[in-house]
Design a protein around this ligand. Structure first.
Ligand SMILES: C=Cc1c(C(=O)O)[nH]c(=O)[nH]c1=O
Length: 308
C-alpha cells in the first residue's frame, strides 16, 4: 500500500508526521524525527528569541487526550535556520513552523527561515497559550494582514495552521481570507484552546499555567478536527491540500481524516504518550485499513466520505 503523499509539489515518503510541538524543540529531537519513520520533520513553532516556555507542569496526558500550555518553548528562529540544512539530509521534507509573539515577528522570522530553504513553511495562527494574546486565527482581519505580509517573503510552499472553528459562518469567512492570500496548504486543527482538566481526587487542576487552562488534543478532539478538515476541503473543492491534525491515535483515525479530505496527517498527543515508535504502528494500521477497504493509496480515498 502506498502511504506516500505530495503536498504543494513536495513529495512525502509517508503521509504520517509529527505535529509542530510534539518532540521537535531541540536538535536531538529533530534529528531523531529524521531517523524515525516520520514522513517529515516539523519544527516546534519558533519565535524571535529563544524561550523556556511556561512553568511546569504544563502538559498532562489522560485517557482520551491531553492538555498543554507549553508557552512556546523553542530555540529561537536563528537556531532553527542553522539547523535546517542538516535536517534536510534525512530524505524527507522539513516543515518550519513559524509563530511569533506579535504580528511583526512573523515576517521577520519568515524571511530568515525562508532563506534556509525548508521544504515548506507553516504559519501558525493558532497558539492558544500565550497569556494575554488571543489566537490570531480567530481574527480574520489580522490573519489576512499577517498572511499577506509573510507571503511576500516566503518563496517555498506556505501553509497555515488554523485553530478549530465551531461555526460554518467562520469556515466561510476564513475560507475567503485564505483564498485571498495565496496559501499553498492548510493544516487543521491546532489544539482546542483553553480547555480545563481537573483531578477530582486532589481537587486540583492538572497544569500550572493560566489557572489550568490549556489546549486540548487527542481522541476527544477528533470529531472537531474532522469537521474542520471536511469544511475546508468542501470550500476549496479539494484544490488546496490539507494536513489533518487532531485525534489521530491509530490507523483508522488517520483513515477518517483522509476520507474527510486530508492529504496527510500529523500527530501530537500519541507521539508524546507513545514515542517515535508510534509512526511504525500508525503506518501499519493505516496500510491494513486501506487494504481492508480496497484502496491502493491514501490519495485514492481522499475526500471519499459519503453523506447520507
Ligand atoms: C505555538 C504554540 C502552541 C502551544 C504552546 O507552545 O503552548 N501549544 C499548542 O497546543 N499549540 C500551539 O500552537
Amino acid at each position: 500500500t502506498d502511504l506516500s503523499t505530495t503536498i504543494a509539489g513536495v513529495k512525502f515518503p509517508s503521509c504520517v508526521m509529527n505535529a509542530a510541538g510534539a518532540l521537535c524543540v531541540t536538535r536531538d529531537e529533530l534529528v531523531a524525527l529524521g531517523k524515525s519513520r516520520a514522513g517529515a520533520i516539523v519544527t516546534k513553532s519558533m519565535t524571535v528569541e529563544a524561550r523556556q516556555g511556561n512553568p511546569e507542569p504544563r502538559y498532562y496526558g489522560f485517557p482520551g487526550g491531553s492538555i498543554n500550555s507549553m508557552g512556546l518553548p523553542n530555540l529561537g528562529y536563528r537556531a532553527y535556520a542553522e539547523l535546517i540544512p542538516e535536517l534536510k539530509q534525512f530524505g524527507k521534507p522539513v516543515i518550519a513552523s513559524v509563530a511569533g509573539l506579535c504580528e511583526d515577528d512573523f515576517p521577520t522570522i519568515a524571511a530568515v527561515i525562508n532563506a534556509a530553504k525548508p521544504d515548506l513553511i507553516e504559519v501558525n495562527l493558532s497558539c492558544p497559550n500565550i497569556p494575554g494574546k488571543p489566537q490570531i486565527g480567530y481574527d480574520p482581519e489580522a490573519s489576512e494582514r499577517l498572511l499577506k505580509r509573510v507571503r511576500k517573503v516566503i518563496t517555498v510552499p506556505m501553509g497555515v495552521k488554523l485553530p478549530p472553528y465551531f461555526d460554518p459562518a467562520h469556515h466561510e469567512v476564513m475560507g475567503k481570507v485564505i483564498g485571498r492570500c495565496e496559501v499553498d496548504f492548510l493544516n487543521m486543527i491546532n489544539s482546542v484552546g483553553n480547555g480545563l482538566v481537573v483531578d477530582p481526587d486532589r481537587e486540583e487542576v492538572v497544569i500550572k499555567p493560566k489557572g489550568g487552562f490549556g489546549g486540548l488534543g487527542g481522541t476527544i478532539i477528533k470529531a472537531v478536527a474532522l469537521a474542520n478538515v471536511r469544511a475546508f476541503y468542501k470550500i476549496f473543492q479539494g484544490k488546496i491540500p490539507i494536513i489533518g491534525t487532531g485525534g489521530v491515535m491509530n490507523g483508522v483515525d488517520a483513515f477518517e481524516h483522509f476520507l474527510c479530505g486530508a492529504s496527510a496527517v500529523q500527530v501530537g498527543t500519541v507521539l508524546v504518550e507513545e514515542g517515535l515508535g508510534a509512526f511504525g504502528r500508525l503506518e501499519a494500521e493505516l496500510a491494513a485499513q486501506l487494504k481492508k477497504k480496497g484502496y491502493g493509496s491514501v490519495t485514492e480515498c481522499r475526500g471519499k466520505v459519503k453523506e447520507l
